[in-house]
Design a protein around this ligand. Structure first.
Ligand SMILES: Cc1cc2nc3c(=O)[nH]c(=O)nc-3n(C[C@H](O)[C@H](O)[C@H](O)COP(=O)(O)OP(=O)(O)OC[C@H]3O[C@@H](n4cnc5c(N)ncnc54)[C@H](O)[C@@H]3O)c2cc1C
Length: 385
């Protein structure tokens, strides 16, 4: 068995781990990233071509944090020379008087971010792809868009390596001894020592930190892709990101054509699974359900041509966990991103780097404490993804 000492060991090279490694390495830290699979794998939560980025949220602190997250993504584009963030604008659709659009509007107003209520006629003029009834509430927000997700992860990792980080793939961490003088990370063949250890293990966080009994639930999620005959109509410069809160209490979202085509999915509690044994084949019932919605709302899209499975790691209040281990300040945890974390990777990476290297951050991460009492649900499902 060989021994290595690093300033920081990051466990997990997904969305959050890659961003954390990038910020740490560019600050001059000697970083080791340990990833159980190969980079870019499809078993976790950050694979696939797109994730929505948006300001509108039901809690104003997310909207505030998004201001820096957008700036960090733009910074990553300028450092890497790659296009990663595409602005399309968004429409939030819902039945007249539904609470979702109003909640989103309130958080935008509170943060000074512009949005507009549109009539069905305005929607038809700008985005004739939708079929909606005249009495629907339609909220337009111009800054919404999507991130080229798989490329964001790859870019953070590449730039971390260029700044000296070591990334070891196919290296599952089996144990962390946080009670040792220097936190010790065990893999199948090695022991690694890190002055600090950051756990960004996504759906496997609960298993890796089992003794902490973190309130994390892993669920199976699915997404459908569409390849319409007239692809031009659904390009990012022709078609927006959109969400819909249906009268049946469902929450659906869509992203313009990119990668496998137009992406559509339902946000919500999926089946509770283990990340190690989750069945990775999409369910035919789910695909039929999304196809039926598309038939009514955007019939030009036709039927699903491709579908994939992804995992959410959810907390009870759907707020993140960003905190130190309660009994070991040298072990930091970023987890529980509850189906809406990707847009924050650029910022979470910076926050984790600041917490690790300086012991503090100026960003308000108070809502993400491990020991918080989850807020009692308002009964209004979250505006996620
Ligand atoms: C279908 C779907 C749609 C989504 N849409 C959006 C959206 O539109 N907008 C948005 O903002 N967010 C969205 N999200 C949420 C977002 O993608 C996640 O919050 C984010 O990707 C979580 O990143 P992560 O780094 O925590 O997890 P992951 O990216 O899964 O990374 C965890 C990594 O840790 C590794 N690992 C785990 N255990 C170990 C171990 N013991 N040893 C070594 N390595 C280990 C894993 O292999 C994995 O690579 C969506 C999620 C899904 C599933």
């Amino acid at each position: 068995m060989s021994a290595h000492i690093y300033d920081v060991i990051v466990i997990g090279a997904g969305g959050m781990g890659s961003a954390t490694a990038y910020h740490l390495a560019k600050s001059g830290a000697n970083v080791l990233v340990l990833e159980q699979f190969q980079r870019g794998h499809t078993f976790g939560s950050s694979h696939g071509p797109t994730r929505i980025i948006r300001f509108f949220y039901d809690k104003a602190f997310y909207t505030e944090l998004m201001k820096t997250a957008y700036a960090e993504w733009r910074d990553l584009e300028s450092v890497s020379g790659k296009s990663l963030l595409f602005i399309t604008g968004s429409v939030c659709l819902g039945a007249s008087g539904n609470p979702y659009g109003r909640t989103a509007r309130r958080s935008l107003d509170a943060a000074g971010v512009e949005s507009e209520w549109w009539s069905a006629t305005q929607l038809a003029e700008r985005f004739p792809q939708f079929r909606v009834s005249n009495d629907m509430d339609i909220l337009y927000q111009k800054d919404t868009g999507f991130l080229y997700a798989s490329e964001c992860v790859a870019t953070h990792l590449q730039l971390a390596e260029q700044s000296g980080a070591t990334v070891r793939e196919d290296t599952p961490v089996t144990d962390i001894d946080w009670q040792a003088d220097v936190p010790t990370v065990r893999t199948e063949g090695d022991l690694f020592y890190g002055r600090k250890v950051v756990v960004t293990a996504g759906a496997w966080t609960g298993k890796l930190l089992a003794a902490l009994d973190l309130p994390l639930t892993v669920t199976k999620q699915q997404v459908c892709y569409y390849q319409p005959t007239d692809t031009h109509l659904f390009q990012p410069d022709q078609f927006p990101v959109f969400t819909e809160a249906t009268e049946d209490g469902e929450f659906l979202y869509g992203i313009p054509a990119f990668g496998f085509g137009v992406k559509m999915a339902r946000h919500g509690r999926g089946q509770i699974v283990s990340p190690d044994t989750c069945e990775r084949t999409p369910d035919t019932d789910y695909i039929a359900h999304i196809d039926a919605y598309i038939q009514e709302r955007i019939p030009e899209l036709g039927k699903t041509t491709h579908a994939e499975v992804c995992l959410y790691t959810e907390t009870a209040d759907e707020d993140f966990i960003i905190d130190a281990h309660p009994r070991c300040p040298d072990l930091l945890i970023a987890a529980g991103f509850s189906g809406h974390g990707f847009k924050f990777c650029s910022l979470v990476g910076r926050i984790m780097s600041e917490l690790t290297l300086n012991g503090k951050t100026d960003f308000d991460i108070h809502p993400f404490r491990i020991d918080r009492e989850p807020e009692i649900s308002s009964g209004i499902p979250r505006l996620q993804s």
